[in-house]
Design a protein around this ligand. Structure first.
Ligand SMILES: Cc1cc2nc3c(=O)[nH]c(=O)nc-3n(C[C@H](O)[C@H](O)[C@H](O)COP(=O)(O)OP(=O)(O)OC[C@H]3O[C@@H](n4cnc5c(N)ncnc54)[C@H](O)[C@@H]3O)c2cc1C
Length: 622
């Protein structure tokens, strides 16, 4: 056995392990705030790879992308540049849940992000597998690769995704592999356990990719992109061009029959897969079993790129054996003669328990070790990117001796995401949803820059150019709001109001009053020939502020009430076992999570309101 060689490969301030969606944002946040950063990945060709759905955004995920952009992150910019089409989801619902979703060109997304990374000063990209985290006196001092190279550093951001001891499963074929045949990472988990991480196993799955030439689209409904919407990035004026459509089709009873007849061959149902999968991205097998009464399930046919024939079958993720997959897909309208280019599969991977990390995503047991993305038990490119940005930024702030940057639940979806992870933890892949955000009426995607850009600037990540754009947009918004609230002379508005069946008002009326009377803004703008000089994004935010005035007021009152508990800080060194009146379960959970304030304490599962009252009294008597 050859003598194990160890050599100093590179001396950095920080190392980011993994160049997926978390790793890219973490590395950019560190390098752009002046940290000498090394980015390790198993394969440069998998940088920012989209192993599952070829899309960025969607319900609540679109909010995350806008927030990442508002803070100076990269995902929104790359998503706009590499979109095949873009749509606004939930337009029939309230402003709080409307979300952008772009169909992304996978290969272009990878290329674009790789170029951004390669052209970023202070950033060095290395194709190598991290095998060990080097620790001295509970502090991170470096990362060692499987080739013996040591990169010394004071901070490491672990963004290993679905690769840690990755195993792909199709039928009863289990292979050590990352997604799409990329190599797995088989060495690091042991080191993570040695430094104190609780490691568990999660699973996710993906559908087949079909040859688009062999799909009969005449049997499907076309879905084109939207035009009159705004882009992901606040740095862009116009939405991406819609280049390629998607198509809608459905499974049917024949599809469901094929699945039920072969359920014993599904690794999900015959015990081959033991780990926990995403509840909100279920496989088609799980949907058919769980919703037996449904005669059909929606299937979206999504192009994977302008330079490939591959079509992604959204809604039909599976790990059934290949012969069963062929029958399943062929039973769907339009896919009768479709050729499968890549079969669906499931993947199991190691991830950690986030009750062991701080709201900065730093590991509680070893200083300088941070975790972000799928390794934290989340599922989704957007969730990963948001964590990567926050972990990278907090590592950089700590290296610069500056206070941490933690977003509260009333400030951002990113705040909700991280607070849920470090306060409640998760026993299954965690996907962001608008229902998780109690303050969602205030956390809309249209106002992400108003909420976050100044904070990103204070952390050194937001550029002067982005700050100037934000300030200009804010100024226009305030100007428009003022105009909307300007009272118009009675004789000018009366005839217009009558058209909508409103009686003659007693005094002058403002445009805002008319909006609140649900008169369409478009009609007001046409009739009075106003506001045409403002951009779609500014008009939308102003209109929402006026129309939702009551809800927003309630929302802000709710935030003020929540803040009362959030502002009650809890000392870091409390021994909860010594506080009389606290229940045993609460003591255990409080000692484990070590909440920063009473608000966070109250969100820990197993800590009930009575326990929070005990803590309140304890704090008051101290
Ligand atoms: C089959 C499949 C299906 C999925 N289905 C869904 C879904 O339905 N819905 C959904 O929201 N999300 C889904 N996802 C998840 C989505 O892909 C991830 O959430 C997202 O890619 C996570 O981003 P990440 O940055 O955490 O990790 P990844 O994108 O997985 O990137 C990890 C990176 O780490 C590198 N790496 C890992 N270990 C090491 C090491 N030791 N040394 C050096 N480099 C290392 C890899 O090379 C890679 O660059 C699916 C993923 C897969 C693979």
């Amino acid at each position: 056995m050859e003598q194990e060689i160890t050599f100093l490969e590179y001396a950095a301030d920080a190392v980011v392990v993994g160049a997926g969606h978390a790793g890219c944002e973490a590395a950019l946040a560190l390098a752009r705030t002046g940290q000498n950063t090394a980015l390790l990945t198993l394969n440069l060709d998998s940088i920012a790879f989209l192993p599952c759905n070829p899309s960025i955004g969607g319900t609540a995920k679109g909010h995350l992308v806008r927030e990442i952009d508002a803070l100076g992150g990269e995902m929104g910019i790359v998503a706009d540049k590499t979109a095949l089409q873009i749509r606004m989801l939930n337009v029939g619902k309230g402003a709080a849940v409307q979300s952008l979703r772009a169909q992304s060109d996978k290969n272009a997304y990878h290329r674009e992000m790789k170029q951004v990374l390669e052209n970023t000063p202070n950033l060095r990209i290395i194709q190598a597998e991290a095998a060990e985290i080097l620790v001295e006196d509970n502090k991170c001092v470096g990362v060692k690769t499987t080739y013996g190279g040591v990169i010394s550093c004071k901070a490491v951001i672990l963004c290993t995704g679905v690769y840690l001891n990755g195993e792909t499963i199709t039928g009863n074929v289990v292979q050590k592999s990352g997604p799409n045949g990329f190599a797995p990472a088989n060495h690091l988990t042991e080191s993570l356990i040695n430094i104190g991480f609780n490691v568990r196993r999660f699973k996710t799955g993906t559908p087949a990719r079909l040859d688009g030439r062999t799909i009969d689209y005449s049997k499907c409904e076309i879905q084109n992109g939207d035009t009159d919407i705004y882009p992901f990035s606040f740095m862009h004026d116009n939405p991406p061009e819609n280049k390629m459509p998607c198509y809608l089709t459905y499974t049917n009873l024949e599809t469901h029959g094929v699945i039920m007849e072969n359920l014993d061959r599904s690794p999900l149902y015959n015990g081959v897969i033991q780990s926990t999968g995403p509840r909100y991205c279920p496989s088609i097998e799980t949907k058919v079993v769980r919703f037996k009464d449904k005669e059909r399930h929606q299937i979206f046919l999504e192009p994977e790129g302008a330079d490939t024939l591959e079509v992604y079958v959204q809604g039909m993720s599976t790990s059934m054996p290949h012969d069963v997959q062929r029958k399943m897909y062929a039973s769907v309208a339009g896919l009768e003669k479709a050729d499968i280019m890549r079969y669906g599969y499931a993947i199991e991977y190691d991830c950690i328990d986030t009750l062991d990390v701080l709201p900065t995503l730093e590991f509680k047991k070893v200083e300088g070790v941070y975790t972000a993305g799928q390794i934290n038990g989340t599922s989704g490119y957007e969730e990963a990117a948001a964590q990567g940005l926050m972990a990278g930024l907090n590592a950089s702030l700590k290296l610069r001796g500056l206070p941490p940057f933690i977003l509260r639940r009333d400030e951002a979806y990113i705040g909700v995401l991280i607070d849920d992870l470090v306060t409640k933890g998760t026993d299954e892949p965690y996907r962001m949803m608008t229902s998780r955000a109690e303050h969602r009426i205030c956390l809309r995607q249209d106002n992400a820059d108003f909420r976050l850009t100044e904070k990103g600037y204070a952390c050194g990540l937001v550029t002067e150019a982005r700050l100037a754009r934000y300030q200009a947009r804010k100024a226009k918004y305030e100007e428009l709001l003022e105009k909307m609230r300007t009272r118009l002379p009675l004789k000018e508005v009366a005839p217009f109001l009558q058209k909508y069946g409103y009686d003659q008002p007693s005094s002058g009326v403002s445009y805002a009053d008319m909006l609140k009377r649900s008169i369409p803004l478009k009609d007001i703008m046409e009739h009075f020939d106003v506001f045409k000089e403002y951009g779609k994004d500014v008009i939308e935010t102003a209109e929402i502020t006026v129309r939702y005035e009551g809800y927003l007021k309630q929302g802000l009152e709710m935030i003020e009430r929540a803040k009362k508990l959030e502002d009650k800080a809890l000392p870091e060194d409390i021994d909860y076992d010594t506080i009389a009146g606290l229940r045993l379960e609460a003591r255990e959970k409080l000692n484990r999570v070590r909440p920063m304030n009473l608000g966070q304490a109250g969100r820990i599962s197993g800590v009930n309101p009575a326990d929070v009252s005990v803590l309140m009294v304890w704090l008051a008597t101290r």
